[in-house]
Design a protein around this ligand. Structure first.
Ligand SMILES: Nc1ncnc2c1ncn2[C@@H]1O[C@H](COP(=O)(O)OP(=O)(O)OP(=O)(O)O)[C@@H](O)[C@H]1O
Length: 645
């Protein structure tokens, strides 16, 4: 693209420098040029703000903060020259000056609730708030709908909770120690909007299955569907096909463990779907079938793996929710945020306090819990908390990792950014944690050792085992990488692994598709119904025709001819980003040998918590230390708006 005639071209050549350094993308300039052409604006300070808004969106931030940028806080993005240096060279001496220039531009509209809707975003491309946050208008509108939804929850009354039924679902609840899963259920049952967050194995699925059982039981009462009582319509959803398939599996498992009447058991669904499918994605159109004008036909919506849900999707989900429906969000707030812009779960749970309840919550729980529980809970009350706190429950006791577990300890140290403790755990010789320090100079990867984990998989490929069994074996082990490019990036590691498998004779032919080939979808495909992130394994069917087998969100297995599978890549190694929503018995995670903007503690925490039994880390100590000190904090207006009290 030639920008030579553009007003963006200045003596400082800031656009060229930023493009060359890849800190902005051509699309960021194209967008601003488009705006510029439509409004005849030539104020470079405004155009720079537009370029930054677009570039920040690309990096996952929903807005820019003029004050932070002017003060040199660039959210980890490496702009050289720094925006404030360029702005100063134009005589803009403070963030306030920049604000004034933006306020007077035809490109910018002063932002307040209701000042923009998704349909009028073209006439108001940039939105500026009083506090100096600048948004692309669509993103301001998404954020506003989420805020309005949360505000609406505050005026809704409490729902009655049946204490006896609740107690029956928690027969082992102790009287000397609070059961925070029970409190989470009691709390969520009493309101229309709730978030249950927790690390791996803290019982999120168990808790939410009991919540569904309680809600169904309360609706149907003790008798079988009695006159005048209807079964609540419940939908289970997750952001990706893989996460939905896992939710299907884990809800069915958790249901089996409940001691409930058959008619309640039957009324709790087991099949989850993707958010796209739930909302009625029409791949040819940007709008979903379900929205405010045509809401979903449901009474309760449970969404799992919410850390992966981006801001536009969350806004659309809320838009499609009928006003009477309950929304329960589930996820691990400490995991990586969504690939696209936003950090919805992180923002909503930003100031969450562990094992605390607000005064309002405590009062609300009075008729749901026993006297002894209330006495214990009364010691956990916080008097001052923002309104959102009463919608939140944080589960922290892990039923997967006990206090002695290496993986649990490692995840906890990483999550708290404790460098020394992390290194101690890695060096402590736990059976289930191994650290292989990598050499910064000699970038050889021990592929033979990496490939060991796939031995059982290849054995089963040779034995032509069933696709379901093959998937089960494949999910036992996964190599994870932090980045895509470079020797330790996913592309190179996959390539090396495939070459190794070929040399070992595991791969039988040189064609693209061979028995045992493992792929991951890289985009949604309306023709096949597959979703970005779905994993397919190649094996002959009973007629000896090669097919690629996928596990669908509902748990079914579907075999497609390879010619029907497009937009995929190999998945013997996958990026940590793509692994969100999946878990494996054993994981090897490889960090790159140079610092990368994506490398922060959230990524390392997410990688570790994919492993259920064994975790191996291949990383250089310096790179690891640097990553642990880095928190990737996404800019948005949500946190301040919700947690300001
Ligand atoms: N209160 C409890 N007492 C005993 N075991 C429990 C309890 N809660 C959960 N578990 C067990 O711990 C394991 C993990 O529980 P669950 O799957 O509900 O957790 P999760 O937070 O959803 O896990 P994940 O990290 O996989 O999403 C399961 O085997 C479950 O049966």
């Amino acid at each position: 693209m030639d920008f030579s005639n553009s007003l963006l071209k200045t003596e400082t050549d800031w656009t060229d420098a930023w493009l060359t350094a890849k800190v902005i993308r051509p699309i960021d300039l194209q967008w601003v040029q488009y705006l510029q052409n439509h409004t005849n604006t030539s104020d470079e300070a405004v155009l720079m703000a537009g370029v930054l808004v677009s570039a920040y969106l690309g990096a996952g931030h929903t807005c820019i903060d003029l004050n932070s940028i002017y003060n040199g806080d660039l959210a980890g993005l490496e702009f050289d020259p720094a925006p404030n240096v360029v702005l100063s060279s134009w005589g803009i001496a403070s963030a306030g000056d920049w604000y004034d220039r933006l306020s007077n531009s035809p490109l910018v509209v002063f932002a307040h609730a209701g000042s923009v809707t998704e349909s009028n975003t073209d006439s108001a491309p940039l939105m500026l708030t009083e506090s100096g946050l600048l948004y692309a208008a669509r993103y301001f509108s998404f954020e506003q709908s989420l805020l309005s939804f949360i505000q609406l929850q505050e005026v809704k009354g409490r729902r009655q909770v049946d204490a006896q039924k609740l107690a029956a679902l928690f027969p082992n609840a102790e009287t000397r120690e609070l059961d925070w899963q029970k409190i989470a259920v009691a709390n969520a049952a009493s309101m229309d909007f709730s978030i249950i967050s927790g690390g791996p194995g803290t019982g999120k699925t168990t808790t939410v299955t009991k919540l569904l059982a309680l809600l169904v039981w309360q609706s149907l009462d003790d008798a079988n569907v009695s006159v005048g009582k209807t079964v609540p319509r419940i939908a289970l959803a997750a952001p990706t096909g893989k996460a939905a398939a896992r939710l299907t599996e884990s809800i069915s498992g958790a249901k089996q463990k409940l001691d409930i009447a058959p008619h309640i058991f039957e009324a709790i669904p087991e099949t989850a779907t993707t958010l796209h499918r739930l909302l009625g994605a029409d791949f040819g159109r940007s709008r979903f079938k379900h929205h405010k004008g045509n809401p979903l036909h449901i009474d309760i919506l449970l969404v799992d793996e919410v850390s992966m849900v981006d801001m536009p999707m969350m806004a659309k989900l809320i838009d499609a929710l009928p006003t009477h429906a309950r929304l329960v969000l589930l996820g691990d707030k400490d995991q990586l945020s969504s690939v696209e812009a936003g950090n919805v779960l992180g923002d909503l749970t930003f100031g969450i306090q562990r094992e605390k309840v607000t005064r309002a919550q405590f009062t609300g729980l009075a008729d749901s819990l026993g006297a002894e529980e209330l006495t214990l809970l009364s010691r956990q009350v916080i008097e001052q908390a923002p309104a959102i706190q009463r919608h939140l429950s944080l589960l922290s006791k892990s039923y997967r990792f006990n206090d002695q577990s290496g993986i649990g300890r490692l995840a906890s140290a990483v999550n708290l950014c404790q460098v020394d403790r992390t290194l101690n755990v890695l060096r402590s010789g736990y059976d289930e944690v191994l650290w292989k320090p990598t050499d910064l100079v000699n970038e050889e990867l021990d592929i033979a050792s990496l490939a060991q984990g796939y031995k059982e998989y290849w054995k089963q490929v040779r034995q032509r085992t069933s696709p379901a069994q093959l998937h089960s074996t494949f999910s036992q082990y996964q190599v994870l990488t932090a980045v895509r490019q470079g020797t330790f990036g996913v592309e190179s590691v996959n390539d090396s692994l495939e070459k190794y498998f070929y040399r070992q004779g595991y791969i039988e032919s040189q064609s693209i598709w061979y028995p045992g080939k493992a792929v991951i979808m890289t985009r949604n495909d309306s023709n096949t119904g597959l979703f970005n992130g779905d994993v397919g394994l190649c094996m002959p069917d009973e007629q000896n025709v090669l097919r690629v087998w996928f596990i669908l969100a509902n748990g079914e297995i579907k075999g497609l001819l390879p010619s029907r599978v497009s937009s995929f890549e190999s998945v013997f190694a996958m990026t940590v980003h793509k692994s969100q929503g999946s878990e494996f018995e054993r994981v090897t995670m490889i960090l790159p040998n140079n610092a990368s903007p994506v490398l922060g503690k959230e990524l390392i925490y997410t990688g570790i918590t994919r492993a259920k039994q064994y975790f191996e880390l291949w990383a250089n100590e310096l790179i690891l230390q640097g990553a642990l000190k880095k928190r990737v904090q996404r800019r948005s207006g949500l946190t301040k708006a919700i947690w300001k009290d």
